[in-house]
Design a protein. Structure first.
Lengths: 436, 293
């Protein structure tokens, strides 16, 4: 399959070079992982950018899921044919940052092209996450999201729950889910995408408790996981108990559970704010609430951490291509582009102006809940526990967590066993990745 | 014995060249790369490389997940090879008995072979996915708690069924051909002597099919080991937990998903050794018992 796609890429490259001189435009390739409604946003942005100027042509290429896109980019780099721009999910940030020499910092791309990069225009939490400790922005935040709670208003009404007052704590979620199941309003009460991202990484930040040592890896690469602490164990045991009678339904490791919620099988759903586009499209009567927090955690809710993805620029391209990339980044920063991206997809705007503009337009009054992911992330000054998570091999650590969660949800082990084993295996994997 | 002689010394090599080139490019070169990589430690982007000797092999062999994937592979391969061959043989014998529309039935039975592995996987996924599967719903109505997303044995059953289903057609073609090569006279003579249909099958047809069966055994083992990646990738992705992670899937997972290239290369080298050994054993010991008519 790989060979075939490379062949296809070669043909594409040939077609591109053949077509190049005729239009005299510099082609900028952009590999991305957006599907459904979000893919339409990518296509529209690319089309509008291409129409807005004469010199460059942005070519977006869908490369599969987030992990598949990252791996395609790495394989292409090794083969000496990387794209100009690649969308890498938050989890891959550590991987990319480690690849000094393979990438060109986004800030450098902009300044080299003679543009000034004014950091103060962007949302501070997001830019800080994608920057080196010295403050150089390495990648351009494209789609930032935050996990939020969605619920099906029809199911809430049937179960006798208050549709204007979604559950705020996890205990309230469990109670509401039981009620939905018991009343027969839906075959399942609660489901969630991304157990790792939502129930460990964001769970930790939102409840102001460490996910890993060394400020979750931001202060040093040799971090150790801390997700087998009682707060996590109680949370996961509750999930495992609810899974026994189907009150909680597991959908898969990434965003598969969205289908379950869209099919009306479950009443409550936690998922990225970026998943909104498809939910709006489905025509369901939905409500949005904050990500639930743990009532046992002092200081909760704190703030959620940036998720989603950013755009990385590969090293070794021609000056012309970098100019094109810079022009595209500048275009992306425009207020009208950001407001479109934010309002259409549910991702956060990355510039403050776009946020204020959307606020002024009355969008949030018309669409209650749409401001939730922003206030969640920016509501409080981040603590050492809530700045973000960065491990050199976070994708692998997530796989390990997922394997243990699956065994736990199948009733083969308790939450304590699952998390202990995830911590042990995860720490070993981190050590190995660091070469110790 | 007659030996063909070529007038020119280099002509035979020249004629062999295309085949040799293909073997070098698609086998020796990647195999050499894997060997080299298995002795190195390298970051994902290939920026830093370090020679580490055999430590990748040591780590892989000490990894409980690796032992697990060996067990998974053995169970999966034996089940897949057995089911696909047994069902194909049954169908071939039954299709032989059909008098009207023989070609029609045969064509239908051969069809699934044209389906790509990933597509076959998707078909089975659509049938048995716990939330939208067409057949998952009746299964649940029958009181079975069908959830291959979390239930390991169910996930394993699903990929075995998908992998076998796809291979049945291939085996079917060979068994049909094998059956046609068996002289009618033998079977008729046995029938006249009063042998029952069952007896005729086990004492005449089955032994005479041995060369075909042996060939298919080798092909099916290799198929189950290597060509089922697409099915596993599409249906379970190695999960739940690691219950359907075969050796080949683990090579992919460690190398292409987790980007631990050294470990992944070491595993492919081990896999290469396993296949060479397996083929040697099959030809040395099992082939001796095969009676070629």
């Amino acid at each position: 399959m790989k060979r075939r796609s490379m062949l296809a890429a070669a043909f594409l490259a040939m077609a591109v070079t053949a077509a190049g001189p005729a239009f005299a435009k510099t082609q900028i390739s952009w590999w991305h992982a957006m599907t459904g409604a979000n893919n339409e946003v990518v296509d529209k942005i690319a089309k509008d950018f291409n129409a807005s100027q004469q010199d460059f042509e942005l070519v977006p290429v869908f490369k599969g899921t987030y992990p598949e896109t990252l791996n395609a980019g790495i394989a292409a780099f090794r083969a000496g044919q990387p794209p100009d721009i690649i969308q890498v999910f938050d989890v891959g940030t550590g991987v990319m940052m480690n690849a000094e020499g393979a990438i060109k910092p986004a800030a450098e791309v902009l300044t080299d092209a003679g543009m000034t990069f004014d950091k103060s225009q962007y949302l501070p939490g997001i830019v800080a996450y994608y920057s080196r400790p010295d403050g150089t922005m390495l990648s351009f935040p494209y789609n930032s999201s935050s996990p939020i709670l969605y619920f099906n208003k029809d199911i809430f009404a049937k179960a006798g729950l208050d549709a204007d007052n979604p559950p705020k704590t996890w205990n309230e979620v469990w109670d509401a889910a039981k009620k939905i199941k018991a009343s027969g309003a839906a075959p399942c009460g609660y489901t969630s995408t991304w157990l790792t991202w939502i129930h460990t990484e964001n769970f930790a930040a939102w409840n102001d408790t460490p996910f890993a040592t060394k400020e979750n890896g931001l202060a040093g690469q040799d971090a150790e996981l801390e997700i087998n602490k009682p707060l996590f164990v109680n949370h996961f045991q509750a999930l495992a108990d609810l899974a026994k009678d189907g009150t909680f339904k597991y959908g898969g490791r990434t965003s598969e559970a969205k289908q379950i919620f869209l099919a009306g099988e479950c009443g409550i759903f936690t998922e990225s704010s970026g998943g909104l586009g498809d939910i709006v499209k489905s025509g369901m009567k939905y409500g949005i609430g904050q990500l639930p927090y743990d009532s046992d955690a002092p200081g909760a809710p704190q703030n959620t951490i940036p998720g989603g993805a950013s755009l990385w620029v590969f090293a070794g391209k021609s000056a012309d291509q970098y100019k094109g990339v810079a022009a595209f980044f500048a275009y992306l920063s425009k207020t009208e582009v950001q407001t479109y991206l934010h309002q259409k997809s549910g991702y956060l705007p990355v510039t403050l102006k776009a946020y204020e503009e959307t606020k002024k337009s009355g969008f949030y009054e018309q669409n209650p809940g749409r401001e939730t992911p922003i206030t969640q992330m920016m509501g409080k000054e981040p603590t050492a526990n809530s700045k973000g998570v960065r491990l050199v091999n976070l994708p692998q650590v997530r796989d390990i967590e997922n394997e243990e969660f699956e065994k736990m949800l199948a009733g083969e082990q308790t939450a304590q066993q699952a998390l202990d084993s995830a911590v042990k295996r995860g720490n070993e994997a981190i050590k190995q990745a660091l070469g110790n | 014995m007659n030996r063909a002689t070529f007038p020119h010394k280099f002509l035979p090599y020249l004629l062999l060249l295309p085949q040799l080139a293909i073997t070098v490019v698609f086998f020796y070169w990647p195999a050499g790369q894997a060997l080299r990589q298995s002795l190195l430690r390298e970051d994902a982007f290939g920026l830093k490389t370090q020679f580490v000797g055999l430590s990748n092999f040591k780590r892989v062999l000490a990894d409980p997940a690796y032992v697990n994937s060996i067990t998974v592979t053995v169970v999966f391969s034996i089940a897949t090879a057995f089911i696909s061959m047994a069902v194909a043989l049954l169908l071939a014998v039954q299709a032989e008995k059909v008098i009207r529309g023989k070609t029609f039935y045969r064509t239908l039975l051969i069809w699934p072979y044209a389906v790509a592995p990933a597509i076959a996987g998707m078909l089975w996924l659509f049938l048995f996915n716990p939330s939208f599967g067409t057949l998952a719903y009746p299964l649940r109505l029958m009181g079975l708690n069908w959830d291959p997303l979390l239930n390991g044995p169910q996930a394993m059953t699903m990929i075995i069924m998908a992998a076998s289903w796809k291979q049945i057609s291939y085996n079917f073609i060979f068994f049909v051909a094998g059956l046609q090569a068996i002289p009618r006279t033998l079977i008729e003579a046995a029938a006249i002597d009063g042998a029952t249909a069952r007896k005729r099958f086990w004492t005449i047809v089955f032994p005479l099919l041995a060369p075909t069966s042996f060939f298919l055994l080798v092909v099916n083992t290799v198929y189950a080991l290597f060509d089922t990646f697409g099915i596993i990738h599409a249906v379970t992705g190695g999960g739940p937990g690691k219950t359907t992670e075969t050796l080949v899937y683990k090579v992919y997972n460690d190398g292409f998903v987790n980007l631990i290239l050294g470990d992944s290369a070491a595993q492919s080298v081990i896999l290469m050794v396993i296949v060479i050994a397996l083929t040697a054993i099959q030809f040395r010991y099992i082939e001796r018992r095969v009676h070629y008519g």
